[in-house]
Design a protein around this ligand. Structure first.
Ligand code: F6R
Length: 234
């Protein structure tokens, strides 16, 4: 695991964007993408750059169950506004939050991932150590599935919704098994509220209690964290 400590998300987002541009130059065809507040600076940098995704493919990590693509809080909408409207890919895939047949939707999404093996996967980190929406206790070999969100994640995401009851309780998420198959991984984390999860991920035992700790088993992982997120590392 390569760990890069930066001053803040502005510096870290620029670094992550550089890594994406480098991967494009080196022939990467499929990018696994994340949403949430963490990658916003990275997307700003990409939008402002001359990178061209128009012949490439993106596959997003997750989507809230129950939210239509045009809902302000949906991850579809997030991706449109933060990246795709300005830097479109030839093909972009995000799970369908309105799918009611979870088996059919996860089978469909797993086929997409099998047909488009991910060259570089971007990850954020949950305060409880989740990656994608693979909450503590998630099986390490799982593919895409419908997952319940923990109270910690619902609380963390309530800041984006008018009322806590509006926060969806389930998501469709790539599983840890699918994430681990990508050739290269770049995980970012900012702020003190991520410091415990960062410590567990980097210095803790590899355990389902901290799903991101599984990344210790992989090569080709770069972790970009700011000083606050790094503050509990020994
Ligand atoms: C988002 C995702 C989640 C977030 C994590 C951190 O697609 O898969 O794992 O990366 O919840 O969220 P933020 O960045 O909002 O702190």
């Amino acid at each position: 695991m390569d760990v890069i400590v930066v001053k803040n998300d502005v510096e870290g987002g620029a670094k992550a964007a550089d890594m994406i541009r480098e991967a494009v130059k080196n022939g990467a065809k499929v990018f696994g993408l994340a949403t949430g507040s963490t990658p916003v600076e990275m997307y700003k940098n990409l939008v402002a750059s001359d990178v061209d995704f128009s012949k490439l493919t993106s596959v997003n990590l997750d989507e809230y169950v129950g939210l239509p693509a045009d809902n302000e809080q949906s991850y579809h909408r997030f991706m449109q506004e933060n990246l795709f409207d300005k830097k479109p890919f030839a093909k972009s895939y995000v799970p369908n939050g309105l799918a009611t047949d979870a088996d059919a939707e996860t089978t469909r999404y797993n086929k997409i991932i099998a047909d488009n093996p991910i060259d570089l996967q971007v990850l954020g980190l949950g305060r409880n150590g989740h990656i994608g929406f693979n909450e503590p206790g998630s099986p390490i070999d799982a593919e895409t599935r419908k997952v319940p969100l923990t109270q910690s994640t619902i609380d963390a995401n309530a800041r984006f919704f008018d009322k806590e009851e509006d926060v969806p309780k389930y998501a469709y998420s790539m599983g840890i098994g699918s994430i681990m198959k990508s050739k290269q991984l770049v995980l970012m984390a900012w702020g003190e509220e991520k410091a415990d999860a960062v410590k567990g991920m980097i210095e803790g035992p590899v355990t389902p209690d901290c799903p991101a700790s599984i990344l210790q088993k992989r090569d080709n992982v770069t972790v970009i964290i700011d000083e606050a997120a790094a503050s509990k590392l020994s």
